[in-house]
Design a protein around this ligand. Structure first.
Ligand SMILES: C[S@@+](CC[C@H](N)C(=O)[O-])C[C@H]1O[C@@H](n2cnc3c(N)ncnc32)[C@H](O)[C@@H]1O
Length: 254
């Protein structure tokens, strides 16, 4: 998966808000070691530094493009290339924070316990994942996939949406955790610009389907998607566009 950090950061503020909200609920005052798992371009990592100025903080990601951007943006934090699917560090951590990353990784029934196993006793796992896959922003991708000549190529990519419902994470983590809180929030994001919902998803989930396509299918797919999204999310009278977006939060102390 090739990332475009510029496209991703075009909507920096609405993407950051859930991380701010999750961070505020972490009950540890003086953790010594903190991981930003799936740190992307390093947009959240400085918030971890602000909250815990004395902690050792590590940003981990498996994208070279994102890591290059992160190292540029936050030179005083250690960023390392790590694939979370085979993450097996030599040390344990006090906080593992992951904002908008684990929805990209399959096999949550083993992934979450494996990540939790990297925590020191009393450690906290704090995760936010989008769960907006039934909204037009995302379900329209499936419509375009099914109605176009690329159907055979792309349908298998779609079925692998890894994010599960809250009951799944409750039943998975409750037997392991001392304390577990799960909640969802629908953020009514206010976006500016021309067809901003299509621009927003082009920085994330839409890339899953554009990346495998060659021209002219790539442009045709995007044009079809953009037209449908413009109709599904028309601008308000003031010219801005509302983009409701549901996100799931998991906060577990072990
Ligand atoms: C949407 S970005 C989120 C970036 C940042 N955490 C934020 O809150 O803005 C998702 C990140 O997860 C990373 N990622 C996806 N799969 C991964 C994996 N298997 N191992 C490590 N990082 C992964 C991607 O490279 C990308 O940087």
């Amino acid at each position: 998966m090739v990332w475009d950090p510029q496209q991703y950061l075009a909507f920096k503020a609405p993407r950051l808000q859930p991380a701010i909200d999750l961070l505020a609920r972490i009950p540890l005052e003086t953790p010594q070691t903190v991981v930003d798992l799936g740190c992307g371009p390093g947009n959240v990592t400085p918030l971890l530094r602000q909250r815990w100025p004395d902690a050792e903080i590590f940003g981990l990601d498996n994208s070279d493009e994102m890591l290059a951007k992160a190292r540029d943006a936050v030179p005083d934090i250690q960023f390392e290339k790590v694939d979370v699917t085979d993450w097996n560090p030599a040390r344990k951590y006090d906080v593992i924070f992951s904002n908008a990353a684990l929805q990209w990784v399959t096999g949550h029934e083993t992934l979450f316990p494996n990540i939790a196993a990297q925590l020191a006793p009393g450690g906290v796992l704090a995760v936010q994942m989008p769960r907006n896959f039934d909204a037009p922003s995302h379900s329209t991708m499936l419509d375009v996939i099914r109605e176009g000549p690329w159907r055979d190529l792309l349908e298998s990519v779609w079925v692998a949406v890894p994010t599960q419902a809250p009951t799944f994470y409750y039943n998975l983590l409750d037997p392991l955790a001392r304390d577990l809180q799960i909640w969802e929030t629908e953020y009514v994001q206010v976006l500016e610009g021309d067809n901003p919902v299509a621009e927003y998803t082009k920085g994330t989930w839409l890339t899953r389907f554009l990346n495998p396509l060659d021209e002219p299918w790539r442009s045709e797919f995007e044009a079809d998607y953009r037209a449908r999204i413009a109709a599904a999310y028309p601008p308000q009278p003031n010219g801005k566009t509302l983009f409701p977006f549901r996100r799931q939060f998991i906060l577990a102390t072990f």
